[in-house]
Write a protein that binds this ligand. Structure first.
Ligand code: ATP
Ligand code: MG
Length: 434
C-alpha cells in the first residue's frame, strides 16, 4: 500500500447528522488530549458505524498515530497491555477506553506473518491510517471520525454500504476469512443486530469456510458466542448461524440434537429462550451465560441421562454424569468458564425439584438462589413441549412463590402425592420406632 495509498472520501460529519454531542465525555477527553499534543486521533469502528445508523454505540474505540508510550505520556492513567500488539487502555477508575495506534495490514508479507491456512500469526506492526483502514474487516467498520475537523474519512466505501444497508468485506473475502475465521461470526452478528444484508461476494465463501472455526481458540469462540447471543437479536443470530453452517462449530451437540429432533420441541425451547433473552437485553435486564448453555445443551444432556438410566444408574447420578459429559465436550468448542457451567448444572439438577411439593421443602426451594433461573427454564420447557404436566407444575410454582403462608400449606396439601408421601413417611417413622 506504500505506493498506492487509497484516498479517502471525506464527508462532513455534521451534515450526516452526527456531532461531538453524541460522543461519550471520556472519549472526548482522550481525543482532545491527543489533539492538543499534536497527534491525530479518531473515533473508529463500531461507534462511528452505529452513530451513522442511529444506534447507541456499545463502546468508543479510538485510533491514533501516537505510539503507546506517547499515549501514556499524554494520558498518565494509560496502561499498556498486550505483548504481540501493544494497546493502550486509558483508565477512568475501573472503566477504560481502548486507544490503538494505527496498525499495518497482515498481508504485508515482509512485516506481518501468515500461517499455512492463511491465519494471522503475528500482528505487531504499526502503520499509517490508510493501512489501518484496510486491515479492518467490513467497509462500514473502517470509517474514521475526526471530531476536531468535523470529518468522516471513508477509505473503503463504507458510506455507500451503509446507504445500501450491506456488509461488505474489505479486500478478497475468502482470504480475509482465512486470515481470521471469526470474521464470519462477526458478519452474522452485525447482519442480525443491524439488519444488514451480506453482500454476495462476502457471503459466498462462508458456508465452505465455516469449518475453519474449529481452529479458533475455544476461549475466543466463547466470547464471540456471548456477543452474538447477547446482542439483543439472538433469534436472528441462530437462524443465520445455522443457515451458514457456522452453528455446528460452536455447538456441535446442539446441532446434532436439533437435526434428530422430529418433534421440533428442542428448537422451540431454544427459540423461546432466545426470545426471552432478547427481551431482557432490550429492557436493560441482566442475563447469564449459564442459562444460554442450559438451554442449548438440554437435549444432548437428556439423551445422555437416558443412556445412563438404561445402564441402571440411579437418579440423579445419571443426570450428573450426563451433565459432566456434555459440558466437558462443549468446553472444547466454546470455553465456558466454570463459574457459569456450575450454574448450568444447577439449573438442570433443580428441575426434578418442581415435582416435589411438600410445603417445607417447597419453601426452601423458593429461597434457593437458583430458583428463579430454574423456574424460568421450567416455564420455557412447558411451553416448548406443550406439556400439560409441566405447565401444571409451572402454574403451581408461579402461585406458590408469592402465596401467603396459609395458602402455601393449603396448596401443598391439595397435592395428592404429597398426602400419600406424608402417610408413607409416617408409616416409615412408626416402623423405625418399633
Ligand atoms: P461492537 O463494539 O458493536 O461489537 P465493533 O465493530 O466496534 O462492534 P469491536 O470488536 O469493538 O467491534 O472492534 C472494533 C473495530 O476493530 C471494528 O469495527 C473493526 O474495524 C476492527 N476489528 C475488530 N475485529 C476485527 C477482526 N477480527 N478483523 C478485522 N478487523 C477487526
Ligand atoms: Mg466496538
Amino acid at each position: 500500500m506504500k505506493d498506492n495509498k487509497p484516498t479517502p472520501l471525506v464527508l462532513s460529519a455534521s451534515k450526516l447528522g452526527i456531532s461531538k454531542k453524541s460522543v461519550n465525555s471520556k472519549a472526548l477527553t482522550i481525543l482532545n488530549a491527543l489533539h492538543e499534543a499534536n497527534y491525530e486521533a479518531y473515533l473508529v469502528g463500531g461507534c462511528v458505524r452505529d452513530l451513522l445508523l442511529n444506534v447507541d454505540p456499545k463502546d468508543f474505540d479510538i485510533a491514533t498515530n501516537a505510539h503507546p508510550e506517547q499515549i501514556k505520556a499524554v494520558l498518565p492513567s494509560t496502561r499498556i497491555i498486550g505483548k504481540r500488539f501493544r494497546l493502550a487502555h486509558v483508565h477512568f477508575g475501573r472503566e477504560y477506553y481502548e486507544v490503538a495506534t494505527f496498525r499495518a495490514p497482515h498481508d504485508n508479507s515482509d512485516r506481518g506473518q501468515v500461517g499455512k491456512e492463511g491465519r494471522i500469526l503475528h500482528d505487531n506492526v504499526f502503520g499509517t491510517i490508510e493501512e489501518d483502514a484496510i486491515r479492518r474487516d467490513f467497509a462500514i467498520n473502517a470509517l474514521f471520525y475526526n471530531i476536531h475537523t468535523d470529518e468522516i474519512l471513508d477509505f473503503a466505501g463504507g458510506m455507500e454500504d451503509l446507504e445500501k444497508r450491506q456488509l461488505r468485506m474489505i479486500g478478497d473475502p475468502e482470504a480475509r476469512y482465512r486470515e481470521d475465521p471469526v470474521r464470519m461470526l462477526r458478519a452474522m452478528r452485525f447482519s442480525a443486530k443491524l439488519g444488514l444484508s451480506i453482500e454476495p461476494q462476502s457471503e459466498k465463501p462462508i458456508r465452505e469456510l465455516a469449518p475453519l472455526l474449529n481452529n479458533i481458540a475455544p476461549a475466543r469462540l466463547f466470547d464471540e458466542a456471548l456477543k452474538m447471543f447477547h446482542s439483543g437479536k439472538a433469534g436472528s443470530v441462530l437462524e443465520l448461524l445455522r443457515e451458514y453452517n457456522l452453528f455446528e462449530s460452536l455447538f456441535p451437540s446442539t446441532e446434532k440434537a436439533l437435526q434428530g429432533d422430529d418433534s421440533g420441541h428442542f428448537l422451540s425451547l431454544i427459540n423461546g429462550a432466545l426470545k426471552n433473552t432478547d427481551k431482557r437485553i432490550n429492557d436493560g435486564m441482566s442475563v447469564t451465560p449459564a442459562f444460554l448453555f442450559a438451554v442449548m445443551l438440554w437435549l444432548p444432556m437428556k439423551k445422555g441421562e437416558a443412556a445412563y438410566r438404561e445402564l441402571s444408574y440411579p437418579d440423579p447420578q445419571g443426570m450428573q454424569l450426563a451433565a459432566n459429559d456434555v459440558l466437558s465436550e462443549q468446553v472444547k468448542h466454546t470455553a465456558v468458564p466454570r463459574r457459569f457451567s456450575n450454574v448450568t448444572r444447577e439449573i438442570w439438577l433443580l428441575q426434578s425439584r418442581f415435582s416435589q411439593k411438600n410445603c417445607r421443602r417447597a419453601r426452601l426451594f423458593v429461597e434457593n438462589r437458583r430458583f428463579r433461573a430454574a423456574f424460568d427454564f421450567l416455564c420455557l420447557q412447558a411451553i416448548a413441549e406443550q406439556n400439560a404436566a409441566l405447565q401444571a407444575d409451572a402454574d403451581w410454582w408461579e402461585e406458590f412463590q408469592v402465596a401467603s403462608e396459609e395458602r402455601q400449606v393449603e396448596m401443598s396439601q391439595a397435592i395428592p402425592h404429597v398426602k400419600k408421601k406424608r402417610r408413607r413417611n409416617k408409616r416409615r417413622k412408626s416402623k423405625g420406632s418399633e
